[in-house]
Design a protein around this ligand. Structure first.
Ligand SMILES: *Cc1c(COP(=O)(O)O)cnc(C)c1O
Length: 325
């Protein structure tokens, strides 16, 4: 089995013999059984560790295809309007392809993800204006032919991301009963739905959004108006699933639980899937997959705030033993 996503699923992706494959070894992520959580929740719970992708999020599944097609179509550069995992992923695959990457952010965004994109050599421009204005500029650059736009509007992104469904069916020997995943813009819900639809076996899809979409602490799903809302409604309707909502407190608790009980350190946004499953009331014994979308080290400041604080002690063993109680 190839660990290059485009090779592994070549027959089911829009690539040809002439498509140059730009890969960092994405996909083929671990699927681990969450034994302790399964017992507590009365279901058979699995965690699909998309945080193990090369840049630390599932975005790499779509980006390998989007950048490969950009090279095939002879785009001189790529552009993305994003402050998050899409920007890091675009920057990494563009670096691998030897293409310049332009990242347009809106004002006042900072943090580890932008640093990651800069580290890959992307040119980051902070646009004085809203995200929508930055996106409009990116679309105009694509129209002029100077850049390929690799935002979720790029149709190849969905094609790459649908392979998550293929892996789950191969690994479990069939579709699970339910798949829970965080719901930001909804592109991933749509992609996973398409993947299962192609295979002809559909689990209940449970996209989980933040109760306070516009200002949740879960930054990867902090999206006031999801662009793929219609497709998500269709996916949920046709899979007999439903959109779930989790508060920030519920997301933070699920985030801590994943780390403490299962040894999985993800982004807060990724924990929305578990927060949703905890309140979904699924039938006992259901086989459920939570998609763990991004790595915890993407947001180290929040982690430091929400993890147990260290205590300062003297170096003698008695003090250490006493404090370690
Ligand atoms: C992009 C992203 C999401 C949201 O996915 P959508 O396709 O916008 O619904 C969730 N978690 C992480 C870590 C992401 O990077």
């Amino acid at each position: 089995m190839s660990r290059v996503l485009i090779e592994r699923y070549r027959d089911r992706l829009p690539v040809g013999a002439a498509t140059p494959v730009v890969s960092l070894g994405e996909g083929s992520t671990p699927l681990v059984r969450a034994a302790r959580l399964s017992e507590r929740l009365g279901v058979e719970l699995w965690l699909k560790l998309e945080l193990a992708n090369p840049t630390g999020s599932f975005k790499d599944r779509g980006m390998t295809l989007a950048v490969s097609k950009a090279v095939e179509e002879r785009a001189p550069a790529v552009v993305v309007a994003s402050t998050g995992n899409t920007a890091s992923s675009a920057a990494a695959y563009a670096a691998k392809a030897g293409l310049p990457a332009l990242v347009l952010t809106s004002r006042g965004t900072a943090g580890a993800k932008v640093a990651q994109a800069r580290m890959y050599g992307a040119r980051v421009l902070e646009v004085r204006g809203s995200f929508d204005e930055a996106l409009a500029a990116a679309r105009e650059l694509e129209r002029r032919g100077t850049h390929a736009l690799v935002n979720s509007l790029n149709p190849y992104r969905v094609q790459g991301q649908k392979t998550l469904a293929f892996e789950l069916v191969e690994e479990l020997g069939g579709a699970p009963d339910a798949v829970a995943l965080p719901y930001g813009g909804g592109g991933n819900t749509r992609a996973v739905f398409l993947g299962f639809e192609e295979l002809g076996s559909m689990p209940r899809l449970l996209p989980v959004q933040a109760a306070s979409r516009a200002d949740t602490l879960a930054s990867a799903i902090r999206i006031a108006t999801p662009v793929h809302a219609d497709e998500v409604a269709e996916a949920v309707g046709r899979s007999d699933g439903r959109v779930l909502t989790a508060s920030d407190d519920e997301i933070v608790r699920a985030w801590q639980t994943l780390a403490v009980e299962e040894g999985v350190f993800c982004e807060p946004s990724s924990a929305a899937s578990l927060a949703g499953v905890e309140k979904a009331g699924l039938p006992r014994g259901s086989r459920v997959v939570c998609v763990v979308t991004g790595h915890g080290l993407k947001d180290p400041t929040l982690a430091a705030e929400h993890a147990a604080q260290p205590t300062e002690v003297d170096s003698d063993l008695d003090s250490i033993l006493e404090a370690a109680q």
